[in-house]
Design a protein around this ligand. Structure first.
Ligand code: HEC
Length: 126
């Protein structure tokens, strides 16, 4: 009986260690979001690398210029505090289609950053 309970306790302990290990690995892989997302620190690097070739440099598709804070701020696609901003609808991970801009993001964390920037931090510049 004692042997059996030690085996059970041992198994449970081992299992929790394995689980804890996985959780730990996951949390280090999905870096948490910053307290405050700003254009200068977080958004500009994404847009410069992944968006402006079509929205500002080689082309100006849909007249959307993502090269500067002022042009983004004055665009109807980005409304401070609005979770239904058109840019968010175009970038939404769940709505990947041929017209979606999600394919130009590296991962869902970039979407989360943009979401927080528009909705929570109201297009903070810096
Ligand atoms: C390879 C070219 C290309 C890249 C790179 C690109 N886009 Fe686009 N974008 C388009 C095209 C084409 C449309 C029009 C699609 C449509 O309306 O169906 C568009 C439309 C949009 C719109 C809607 C504009 C409007 O008012 O109709 C937004 C917002 C947008 N893109 C944001 C982004 C963001 C943010 C990125 C970077 C993550 C990005 N795009 C990268 C080609 C691109």
């Amino acid at each position: 009986m004692r042997l059996l309970s030690s085996v059970i306790i041992g198994t449970v302990l081992l299992f929790s260690l394995v689980l804890y290990g996985c959780v730990d690995i996951n949390s280090s892989m999905t870096e948490s979001l910053p307290d405050r997302v700003t254009y200068v620190d977080h958004i500009k690097p994404i847009f410069d690398r992944q968006c402006i070739r079509c929205h500002g440099v080689d082309e100006m598709i849909k007249d959307l210029d993502l090269r500067s804070y002022s042009s983004i701020h004055s665009s109807d696609d980005f409304l401070p505090g609005d979770a239904n901003s058109f840019a968010l609808l175009k970038l939404k991970p769940a709505d990947v289609s041929i017209r979606s801009m999600y394919i130009y993001l590296n991962d869902v964390r970039q979407y989360d950053l943009i979401y927080q920037w528009i909705v929570v931090d109201s297009l903070a510049e810096e």
